[in-house]
Design a protein. Sequence first.
Length: 296
Amino acid sequence: MRDASAILVLVVVAACHQPKARDVPRDARRPAPAPLADAPAAAPAPPAAQDFPDLGAALTAIIPADARVIGFGELHARTDRAQVKSALARFTTDALPVLADKLSDLVIETWLVDPKCGKAAKEATAKVTITMRRPLETKSEIAELAEAARAKGIQPHAMRVTCDDYARIAPAGKDVDAEAMLTLTTRELGRIATEAVAIRDREPAHRPWIALYGGALHNDRFPDPSVAEWSYAAKVDAATHDHFVEIDLIVPEFAEPDPVSQKQPWFPLVRAADDRVHVWKRGDRSFVVVLQRTPP
């Protein structure tokens, strides 16, 4: 928003030709004008972006041919946000069919509850789901993505969570430890991706790409220093010798009420979202994809 001090009002008074107030009849005097109100700040124009008819066309255009690992990030669906088709569901139906022939592995930000950890694991998983306001549909959408990957010959991977991890992220009788949860997610996504790269590179004829799918914080190539420890991008970029690509998938209805999103340079694209997919290039091998707005 523009500051009022940036609005310059220039008032020119021709004093030598203007009659003094006492020389004007009282009934001819006009009341003093009211102070000027601050002009409303104009909405910033959307940044320069490419637009495409659908997500598949956008990804085909922006993913470099020499990519090795593609980190997809999303704003998670939440029960307190608009109930529209999630980025996760759109990735399964619109992106995976286009990428499948080039993907060997798909790492998903989820975990399978380890029965050896007993009741504590189930309680911690439920507590995290409630704290993150995950809709019930998210669990089935993750399963659908994994099954769709397997059907295309892609190996899906889930995070490995130990009994000690459950105790750290959701201590008994306490709230979820958000930082511990972020640390665990970053550790696991980075570990699985780098291990998959090493394993596939030993195969004589592997598919060229590995994909990760998770939160938009963890795949950030240009993170703010305050949250840089929760991005796996630098680790995976090193493992791929600078062939990691970051792609954020933004559902406009999820981003509109989000305070963090509202401060981003790509947010005007959210305001302008329509029936096409808009892509803004943040930097080298880094893209923000604003998905179609769901019709009313």
